[in-house]
Design a protein around this ligand. Structure first.
Ligand SMILES: NC(=O)C1=CN([C@@H]2O[C@H](COP(=O)(O)OP(=O)(O)OC[C@H]3O[C@@H](n4cnc5c(N)ncnc54)[C@H](OP(=O)(O)O)[C@@H]3O)[C@@H](O)[C@H]2O)C=CC1
Ligand SMILES: O=C1O[C@H](COP(=O)(O)O)[C@@H](O)[C@H](O)[C@H]1O
Length: 491
């Protein structure tokens, strides 16, 4: 049983997709594990006129799967209340305050409040302002704000947003969520890097040849076309998830495994990102859009709510440099896209060749450390070993370091972990404002070059691993993607 937490959750966007698919199931897991018990309540707010009963029914459905007992789901759902609320209407905050006060007393919560902004970022400023001006924040407990991505549209809008939130909430009570930081295998990066002298000492430009980060999705744009048209893969995946992974892979070893020390090093790594000129963008970044597939899948421009002449990229590949002492000169190849051959999130660290191959005509394979985040957590290392037999020959052997067996370990969902971190006041796995700012600075340079220059937007076949240009990017450096649709792990 976990340490009991007491808090009142106010979820803005309580009728939305994220709330139903991720937030309610995560809260339910915390409830089943005993982190939430008697002393918590949830107010869901949005404009539609739901009743408490209807809302509780939505919550019950959202948390029900084959393993859920009806009693647990019923008991849990009784902690949920609905308040029809337009975030732009000051009057509605008065009703919200009264409901919050009543529930605080009813559940003996002691003033702790967690405000989850699960809606469009254009509303964040006004919500933060009203929470303060209408006294929905308390004096007798903590008041924490969880903010969903995207944090702004570019550096200028992110600054505006940050300023408007910062007027009402201090940086240490703002939790900018990036759900990748809650993933078990992403958190494993620090364990592998800093817990093993073997890797700690090799983790630099003297031994690492290149790094490859792949976040590929098999699904298309699905129901989020309206948002995606304004974002594209660069803003949707690179600005946040991919650059966060880059920072975790390249940061210096923190003085201690604490929030402030880790943050300092992550900020330093992101500050060291090489920001490209338009000419460098053209050379080092590729964008593309998915086309129709021979299997009958729609191309991006044929999807609902997408313009026939949309220029939104659904795929990005690029070469990134972190110009720190330990990483300058190491190409970090990144790629992400929708409608690719497979849903996989993986990191391949490719080490340099031994300075001299003494084995004559025997070819040496590369040492590659692979961290698979999805679909199933795995870490393995490719090594050269002798082939068994009379003669001397070499072969590449995959050394399994970790395999998260299906069902053998209870892997908490990213949102579950992150919400618990917020309840505990631990912001280690959240994004600090400076990280956001340096990431936008890097991304804006690419976006501006794409918007202002005639940089091509090729199509790729749905079900492939992107356009030929993404392979050419590595081939020019005499490298290749370790993960391909044909071969999971070739060299
Ligand atoms: N869905 C996902 O998988 C992910 C989402 N996110 C982010 O989470 C946030 C929410 O996304 P998602 O749930 O998909 O979005 P949805 O469009 O599904 O939900 C938006 C919510 O906002 C409410 N809303 C809209 N306008 C108002 C208003 N004026 N006053 C009060 N409520 C309003 C809507 O309810 P109503 O219409 O009843 O008012 C609805 O509950 C976004 O920032 C998104 O980028 C981030 C990662 C993944
Ligand atoms: O933030 C986002 O992430 C999802 C992919 O998340 P994952 O945990 O399934 O890898 C992506 O589909 C979505 O477009 C983006 O907004």
């Amino acid at each position: 049983m976990g340490t009991r937490q007491q808090a009142l959750f106010i979820i803005f966007g309580g009728t939305g997709d994220l709330a139903k698919r991720k937030l309610y199931p995560s809260l339910f897991e915390l409830y089943k594990k005993g982190f939430l018990k008697e002393n918590f309540a949830v107010i869901g707010t949005a404009r539609r006129p739901w009743t408490d009963e209807y809302f509780q029914d939505v919550v019950r459905k959202a948390v029900t799967d084959a393993d859920t007992s009806k009693e647990d789901a019923d008991e849990f759902a009784q902690h949920f209340y609905y308040q029809s609320h337009n975030v732009n209407d000051t009057e509605h905050y008065v009703t919200l305050r009264k409901l919050a006060q009543r529930l605080d007393q009813k559940y003996s919560i002691g003033g702790n409040r967690l405000f989850y902004l699960a809606m469009s970022p254009r509303f964040f400023g006004t919500i933060a302002e009203h929470l303060k001006s209408q006294n929905i924040v308390t004096d007798n407990g903590y008041n924490r704000l969880i903010i969903e991505k995207p944090f702004g549209h570019d550096l200028a809008s992110a600054k505006d947003l940050n300023n408007s939130i910062g007027r009402y909430f201090a940086e240490d009570s703002v939790f900018r969520i990036d759900h990748y930081l809650g993933k078990e295998m992403i958190q494993n990066i620090a364990a592998v890097r800093f817990g093993n002298n073997l890797f700690r000492s090799l983790w630099n430009n003297r031994y690492i040849d290149n790094i490859q980060i792949t976040l590929s999705e098999a699904l298309g744009v699905e129901e989020r076309a309206g948002y995606y048209e304004t974002a594209g893969a660069l803003r949707d995946m690179v600005q946040n998830h991919i650059l966060q992974i880059v920072s975790l892979l390249t940061m210096n070893m923190p003085a201690s495994f604490t929030e402030s020390d880790i943050r300092r090093e992550k900020i330093y790594a992101l500050k060291a990102l090489q920001v490209y000129s338009p000419e460098q963008v053209e050379k080092n970044f590729v964008r593309a859009q998915y086309g129709e597939s021979s299997a009958g899948l729609k191309g991006y421009r044929q999807e609902e709510q997408i313009a026939d002449d949309s220029k939104t990229e659904t795929f990005v590949a690029g070469k990134v440099f972190v110009n720190s002492e330990n990483f300058s000169g190491v190409p970090i190849y990144i790629r992400t896209g929708k409608r690719l051959s497979k849903k996989t999130t993986r990191i391949d660290i490719v080490f340099k060749d031994v300075p001299k191959n003494i084995f004559g005509s025997e070819r040496l394979g590369k040492n590659i450390l692979t961290i698979i985040v999805e679909p199933k957590g795995e870490i393995y290392l490719q090594m050269n070993v002798k082939k068994i037999g009379q003669n001397f020959g070499l072969k590449v052997q995959k050394l399994d370091l970790l395999q998260v067996e299906d069902n053998s370990v209870q892997i908490p969902e990213a949102y579950e972990k992150l919400i618990l971190d917020v309840l505990r006041g631990d912001a280690t796995n959240f994004t600090h404002w400076e990280e956001v700012a340096y990431s936008w600075k890097f991304v804006d340079a690419i976006r501006n070059a794409w918007d202002n220059q005639q940089i091509p937007l090729p199509e790729y076949a749905s079900g492939s691993m992107g356009p030929q240009e993404a392979d050419d990017l590595l081939a020019r450096d005499d490298h290749h993607w370790i993960f391909t649709s044909e071969n999971d792990n070739r060299d």
